[in-house]
Design a protein around this ligand. Structure first.
Ligand SMILES: Cc1cc2nc3c(=O)[nH]c(=O)nc-3n(C[C@H](O)[C@H](O)[C@H](O)COP(=O)(O)OP(=O)(O)OC[C@H]3O[C@@H](n4cnc5c(N)ncnc54)[C@H](O)[C@@H]3O)c2cc1C
Length: 373
């Protein structure tokens, strides 16, 4: 977690009612704060735990596009987010003097059978049409060693070659959060250890029973947003009368492996291998609906890691230096599906939400505009 002195609830006595109260200090809440501050507004961010205590505080940091062949508004939204992220990160780094470790490292995906090549060809055409000149998707025919870094992707797992794109990127989520936190602390107010238990019209009720008014409230509490928002946007649930979202637990490991930080992400079958600086490689991840404890790592649930070692056998001797688990939001909203929900809550002009997408949170948290439904 990003360490800082914890400010307890009684210490919150803002000089005046904040223009914007933001509930949750993950990537989505901190970016909401950065945008509101940049617009000249008085901002208070509260988090029940600490910055980095939620889904944003892991180490995977993969930023990967959806496939470009079946294009639609959601894929366009994510593409524009990915394409605009380097500029947003650079501006944040300039404002704070902190490095977020962003790199457009690209992504390799093994092609297991000749029969998949036609699909890859469609993706290549889709990328040319929808990604434009700046980014490229291609097929690397075997032998991979001619084009892909030697000993990185196991040739035996890629008998029909590999798909490579140069749009995928990675950043260090913790360094990113630390920079956002520094910006918000320097220009607004951030209070950790403060939980909101309920929303009232134009205000929030805290765990200590006190009430707080705000000009506008932004709910950015990750998967825990659903409980706060259900009374206000229940009618937007994909299934009438159903929940507006749920928390899906995931876990990942970080290994130590010497490399020159010129490797691409490898991904296949739900396993992601993401190179980071400092001779670290992140490997993820699982997805479980049935879970009890949000941040408890389950050593029995290591199928993703075993598959990763088959994809990249060079990692077999790499020691695990950290294990991490947390819960990501999975929206279940009409017209939004699992994509991020970012924008005003219909019928309540004091209330808006910014809730991460299931797989694409870190790549879109900086976007100011909502996905149009
Ligand atoms: C194992 C795993 C791997 C992942 N890998 C990737 C990846 O490689 N790339 C990617 O883009 N995305 C990835 N994701 C998804 C991504 O992490 C999320 O989409 C994103 O971090 C969500 O950010 P958030 O700000 O919405 O939520 P969070 O980061 O969870 O932040 C919510 C914050 O709200 C606070 N909070 C909750 N309730 C309250 C309350 N009542 N009052 C006050 N504060 C409250 C919490 O303490 C928390 O700090 C992964 C997720 C997991 C679990």
């Amino acid at each position: 977690m990003i360490q800082s002195p914890t400010i307890q609830a009684p210490a919150i006595q803002p000089q005046k009612t904040p223009d914007v109260l933001i509930i949750g200090a993950g990537v989505f809440g901190l970016w909401a704060a950065r945008h509101a501050i940049s617009a000249g507004r008085n901002v208070l961010v509260v988090d029940r735990g600490q910055v980095g205590g939620g889904a944003s505080g892991g180490f995977l940091g993969a930023l990967m596009p959806h496939m470009p062949d079946r294009w639609n508004a959601k894929i366009q939204f994510q593409f524009e987010a990915l394409a605009s992220l380097p500029e947003a990160v650079a501006a944040l780094e300039e404002d704070t003097g902190m490095d977020c470790d962003y790199r457009r490292c690209g992504r390799l995906m093994p092609i297991r059978a000749e029969s998949s090549i036609a699909e890859i060809e469609r993706r290549i055409v889709g990328a040319r049409e929808n990604w434009g000149e700046r980014f490229r998707l291609e097929r690397i025919a075997p032998p991979l060693a001619d084009r892909a870094p030697e000993n990185w992707l196991n040739e035996a797992k890629a008998p029909a070659g590999a798909q490579h794109d140069d749009l995928s990127a990675r950043l260090d989520p913790r360094a990113y959060l630390a920079a956002l936190k520094a910006f918000v602390e320097a220009n607004g107010t951030l209070c950790e250890g403060v939980e909101v238990v309920r929303l009232d019209e134009g205000g929030a009720v805290l765990a200590d029973g006190s009430a707080m008014d705000a000009g506008e409230i932004v709910v950015a509490a990750g998967w825990q947003s659903y409980e706060l928002l259900q009374p206000w946007i229940g009618e937007l649930a994909s299934a009438p009368g159903g929940p507006i979202g749920r928390g899906v637990k995931g876990q990942a490991v970080l290994v130590e492996f010497a490399h020159g930080d010129d490797l691409p992400i490898v991904c296949s079958d739900g396993s992601y291998i993401v190179p980071h600086t400092g001779n670290r490689i992140a490997i993820g991840s699982t997805a479980r609906d049935d879970w009890d404890q949000a941040d408890a790592f389950d050593p029995r649930d290591m199928g993703f890691y075993d598959r990763a070692l088959e994809l990249v056998p060079a990692l077999r001797d790499a020691p695990i230096v950290e294990r991490w688990a947390n819960v990501r939001p999975r929206n279940m909203l009409k017209g939004i599906g699992h994509e991020p929900f970012m924008g005003p809550v219909p019928g309540h002009d004091w209330l808006s939400a910014r809730i991460g997408g299931y797989r694409i949170g870190l790549a879109v948290g900086h976007v100011e505009e909502a996905l149009r439904r």
